[in-house]
Write a protein that binds this ligand. Structure first.
Ligand code: NAP
Ligand code: MG
Length: 489
């Protein structure tokens, strides 16, 4: 092990409501567990609808209070202070994330530069809530002011697969635009959101502007989604939960942003540079132990290179070092929980019946038996109608499917209810252009996979949801246009 446990990891953590750290209304807690060894790290508060009520009321007061008079410049300064305090504490944050959700330090530490860019991007967007004077055609003595104004209280609900990053898709645009937020992390990985919220209060975020309620989906997420004091929900998670949120939002017609799952195609043409395509497509599935919404889990390979590609991918998968994320050189950690492990092993069993298992497929035993580790797994010669090609596994499981022609591969790529991402590997520029245009998804990568620029962003279509993250449009989705007409004659 290369690191010692941060002092933060001890005792019981509280909820952040109106700038105060308080116990949950029920007084109950949930164990925060290290998925690499099943050991208790500390306890988090088990919030409920009473806590949600208090947090939403605080967020509303803050929204209508002095925070509403912050100028774009003041919000920019605040975001830059937040940036600095997060960067100063980043080593601890990376370690807390690794302990709580299992991703290796190589990954969590690697977020640093990206997060720095993301926070600076949001700082650069505080002028989005702008005013434009518009000359009017109806009469010379009229003019109109077009404001983009903050929508109000935003409820953020995020999953466990990377809260150190995922939380900023809510806190970042909320601070940039003058909204306020109530964040509900997944109970399986809440610790970094707690530590980050502490640091944000130290950086001077006003009371009530951010609130954090840990707990279960049914006890915190659902009341937040139903709450009439919440104006917008920013949700990342599964389709089933999203559908429940859509229903829950009907009461006050909340605005929604839904970032859901995928079964993204990653297409390898016979003319691809396999030196790049094999590790690129491989890590496009295995990274973060496959717990990535944009994972390129359906690898569509042109038939003439299918066997060669599969052999190389299987060899590559055996070089990927699995283990406790604190160990040197580890590339993938455990799955988040026993429940997730069971789910992944169920799909491995289904896949073994339908397709050819060419690598992995085993849970790790020995020293790793207490954690939720599974080997990077490759299925070959699969069909697009098999369950392992249709359902999101959210584990390190690649399904390789052969194809013959460009037209056929586009049909296969789009034959999925999802539309989050996709990739392709080719040395032919014309083909890269044609095929990337033909994939119906929010993001496509050509000769790379998983790269995301904060200023460009990503998002989905079809059952992968709507409302992208990152980019100017994302910031503007925390605002709504308001026109004021003046008779100045
Ligand atoms: P999930 O069950 O939908 O959970 C996501 C969040 O919703 C958690 O905080 C969860 O709370 C909460 N929740 C559960 N039930 C709820 C309800 N009835 N009302 C409101 N909130 C509720 O998703 P998951 O299985 O943990 O996460 C994996 C999924 O997220 C995958 O499908 C993946 O593709 C997707 N994902 C998408 C993106 C993206 O950007 N598109 C990024 C990452 C992950 P608890 O878990 O605490 O109960
Ligand atoms: Mg945990």
């Amino acid at each position: 092990m290369t690191t010692s446990t941060p002092a933060f990891i001890q005792g019981s953590k509280k909820l952040l409501i109106d700038g105060q750290w308080v116990d949950s209304a029920s007084g109950q807690t949930i164990d925060a567990v290290n998925p690499a060894n099943g050991e208790l790290l500390c306890r988090i508060a088990r919030g409920n609808s009473d806590d949600v009520d208090r947090a939403v009321a605080a967020a509303r007061r803050a929204f209508e209070g002095p925070w509403s008079h912050y100028t774009p410049h003041e919000r920019r300064k605040l975001l830059l202070r937040v940036h600095d305090v997060i960067m100063d504490n980043f080593e601890d944050l990376a370690l807390i994330e690794t302990l709580d959700m299992g991703a290796p330090l190589a990954r969590t530490r690697g977020y640093k530069e990206w997060l720095s860019q993301l926070l600076q991007f949001y700082a650069s967007q505080t002028g989005s809530a702008t005013v434009a004077a518009t000359p009017m055609s109806i009469a010379p003595n009229f003019t109109a002011l077009k404001h983009l104004v903050p929508v109000g209280v935003v409820g953020g609900i995020i999953p466990w697969n990377g809260p150190l990053m995922g939380m900023w898709w809510i806190y970042g645009p909320a601070l940039a635009t003058g909204c306020t937020a109530v964040l509900k992390p997944a109970e399986d990985a809440s610790l970094t959101t707690i530590r980050v919220s502490e640091l944000m209060m130290e950086a001077g975020v006003p009371e009530g502007v951010i609130n954090l309620i840990t707990g279960y989906g049914a006890e915190v997420g659902q009341p937040l989604a139903e709450h009439h004091g919440v104006d917008r929900i920013a949700f990342t998670g599964s389709v089933v939960t999203a559908q429940s949120i859509v229903r829950a939002s009907a009461g006050n017609l909340k605005r929604l942003q839904l970032e859901l799952g995928g079964k993204s195609p990653d297409i390898v043409f016979a003319d691809a540079d396999l030196e790049k395509a094999v590790p690129g497509a491989g890590m496009g599935v295995f990274t973060n132990t496959g717990q990535v919404c944009v994972a390129g889990t359906r690898i569509l390979v042109q038939r003439e290179i299918h066997d060669e590609f599969v052999k190389r991918l299987a060899d590559f998968s055996r070089t990927v070092k699995i283990g406790d994320g604190r160990e040197e050189g580890v590339q993938i950690g455990p799955l988040i929980s026993e429940r997730q492990l069971d789910r992944v092993m169920h799909y491995v069993e289904l896949g073994s019946r339908d397709a050819e298992l060419v690598a992995g497929g085993q849970r790790l035993g020995g020293d790793h038996a207490k954690g939720y580790f599974v080997e990077p797994t490759v299925f070959a010669n699969a069909h697009n109608n098999m369950t392992i090609a249709r359902e999101e596994i959210f584990g390190p499981v690649a399904t390789v499917i052969p194809f013959d022609t460009e037209a056929e591969v586009l049909e296969l790529a789009n034959d999925t209810p999802y539309g989050l991402a996709g990739g392709l590997w080719t040395e032919n520029l014309g083909r890269a252009h044609r095929v990337s245009q033909g994939i119906r998804s929010g993001t496509v990568w050509v000769n790379c996979y998983g790269v995301i620029d904060p200023a460009v962003g990503f998002g989905g279509t079809k059952m992968s949801g709507y409302g992208g993250k990152g980019g100017k449009e994302h910031v503007e989705s925390f605002l709504y246009p308001k026109a004021t007409y003046f008779n100045i004659g």
